[in-house]
Ligand binder design. Structure first.
Ligand SMILES: Nc1ncnc2c1ncn2[C@@H]1O[C@H](COP(=O)(O)OP(=O)(O)OP(=O)(O)O)[C@@H](O)[C@H]1O
Ligand SMILES: [Mg+2]
Length: 266
């Protein structure tokens, strides 16, 4: 089964998805990497995407802000709705889209610029600050929300690349937050970090979770269980099962999900 089971219960009646995939397929040349995915993503719930290496988690995540557009052999079919608008219709401004749907990568990738300029970069491009004081305010609040302000407030002019890995990742989160996104995509954001830096990012995700829809790819089932309300399990390009995280980990409906969470596949 590769379509999302219908949600039932009172939550389903109230909640309208922030983003929704409808019949999404992705091809890299002849390689059919993502197969007919339907998935609803909610603004107020962190969603984890899990599954063995190569199952298509990053590929699917990149569909959500059209990052796959940058890969020439990549071809996407189906619809991805943000609110009610298909982001794959022609005429969509992808720069604007990527401000609304921000992304944090596996390896922290700050620009070789000052801490201040890393965070100010997006607001400058999008003309979000009329005056320097407005920009200062955006930089400060973004660093505060990313839990980095106390550590960097006295050295905003130092290079972002000189920070520790965990600090760099929080800087990248501040950079994403600075343009007021509605959705934040994270592709294994902790995989290059030590346990303490990982714990800080997890706490941050928890704090941000009311404000932004967060979709996170993780190889750590413990992490998925700790931070997400919803979990989708992918296998060989299909979405095998999607539901409340506790259910996926305690009583999965599909054999393939059970085999993965018990370590039999993957
Ligand atoms: N840039 C690319 N060009 C060609 N094929 C790609 C590209 N990126 C991914 N693929 C292919 O798409 C499929 C899914 O890969 P993807 O990177 O999405 O998996 P993943 O679940 O994120 O794996 P991992 O857990 O190892 O990061 C694989 O068959 C992979 O080889
Ligand atoms: Mg990946």
């Amino acid at each position: 089964m590769n379509s999302a089971p219908a949600e039932t219960g009172p939550e389903a009646i109230q909640a309208k998805p922030k983003m929704a995939a409808r019949g999404v397929n992705v091809f890299y040349g002849d390689n059919h990497a993502i197969k007919d995915i339907d998935l609803d993503l909610y603004a107020d719930k962190v969603t984890s995407l899990i599954g063995p290496s190569g199952c298509g988690k990053s590929t699917f995540l990149r569909c959500l802000n059209r990052m796959n557009d940058t890969i020439p052999i990549c071809h996407v079919t189906g619809e991805i709705l943000l609110e009610d608008e298909n982001i794959y219709t022609s005429g969509i401004d992808v720069v604007q889209l990527r401000a609304r749907v921000g992304m944090v990568f596996q390896k922290p990738n700050p620009f070789p610029k000052s801490i201040y300029d890393n965070v100010a970069y997006g607001p400058r491009i999008h003309g979000l600050a009329a005056h320097r004081t407005d920009l200062d305010e955006i930089v400060t609040t973004s660093l505060e929300k990313a839990g980095l302000w106390q550590e960097v407030k006295d050295r905003l002019d130092s290079s972002g690349t000189a920070l520790s890995g965990g600090q760099q990742q929080r800087l990248c989160i501040a950079r994403a937050i600075a343009v007021n996104p509605e959705v934040i995509l994270m592709d294994e954001p902790c995989s290059a970090l030590d346990p303490i830096a990982t714990a800080k990012i997890e706490a941050l995700i928890d704090e941000l979770s009311g404000r932004y829809a967060i979709i996170i790819v993780t190889h750590s089932m413990q992490q998925a269980a700790r931070i997400s309300r919803k979990t989708a399990f992918f296998h060989l390009g299909e979405m095998v099962e999607y539901g409340d995280t506790t259910e996926i980990f305690t009583s999965p409906k599909e054999d393939r999900t059970r085999d993965y969470i018990t370590g039999r596949i993957g």
